[in-house]
Design a protein around this ligand. Structure first.
Ligand SMILES: Cc1cc2nc3c(=O)[nH]c(=O)nc-3n(C[C@H](O)[C@H](O)[C@H](O)COP(=O)(O)O)c2cc1C
Length: 183
């Protein structure tokens, strides 16, 4: 069961920058999913992601201006190789990974239901950086699995079991072990 997360709290769902899956719509309406790790929170309402110019994700965002950031937990670790692969636009990585979708409220690309958190985003601008383009999106609305939502409105990364790519391109990920509090 997911709770809605207000626009002002959405970046708290990716505050530790776990691997994300971006869903977009191909021109033929098929749901595309790509894995991404090179991104950052830029302001309380903006996230920037370095996206390869040749990817379906990049082309779909440029064409539609819409995308969803989905945060998988460790239970989806096996699916990341599918989201890192380049399937033809007639095939959906989401379906190939045997995952399902929920409708988004403000945009057309759907959310991945099995992910711990999701953020609906709208393209605002981009900056060319080598092979990638650094694509900036405005966050619109978020969702978080109720059991993984902290009282401050941020994702509890321990409960969610979010994944951090530490040996890319090898499929090896790190999980956080505990919270520690400084003075
Ligand atoms: C864990 C992981 C992290 C990745 N991070 C990025 C990234 O930050 N930027 C990027 O352009 N590609 C990244 N990739 C590669 C893309 O997922 C890959 O190019 C994929 O084919 C894109 O899918 P698409 O063509 O359907 O958009 C990553 C792949 C994996 C498995």
């Amino acid at each position: 069961m997911k709770a809605e997360v207000a626009k002002t709290k959405c970046t708290g769902l990716v505050v530790t920058r776990p691997v994300i899956i971006i869903t977009t719509l191909n021109e033929n309406g098929v749901v595309n999913g790509g894995a991404f790790g090179a991104y950052t929170n830029l302001s309380p309402s903006e996230i920037g992601i370095a996206i390869g110019k040749e990817s379906h994700t990049y082309k779909n965002i440029k064409r539609t201006g819409e995308f969803v950031i989905n945060v998988p937990g460790a239970d989806l670790v096996d699916s990341l190789s599918i989201f890192g692969s380049n399937l033809p636009s007639s095939a959906s990585e989401v379906e190939k990974a045997s995952l399902t979708t929920d409708l988004a409220k403000e945009i057309s690309p759907p959310l991945i239901k099995e992910c711990k958190a999701n953020i609906e985003c709208r393209y605002t601008k981009e900056f060319p950086i080598g092979y990638h383009n650094f694509v900036v999106g405005e966050v619109l609305l978020g969702y978080c699995e109720k059991s993984c939502l902290d009282e401050d409105g941020r994702l509890n990364v321990l409960k969610a079991g979010v994944l951090h790519g530490v040996k890319y391109p090898l499929p090896i990920y790190a999980l956080f072990g505990k919270y520690v509090e400084g003075k």
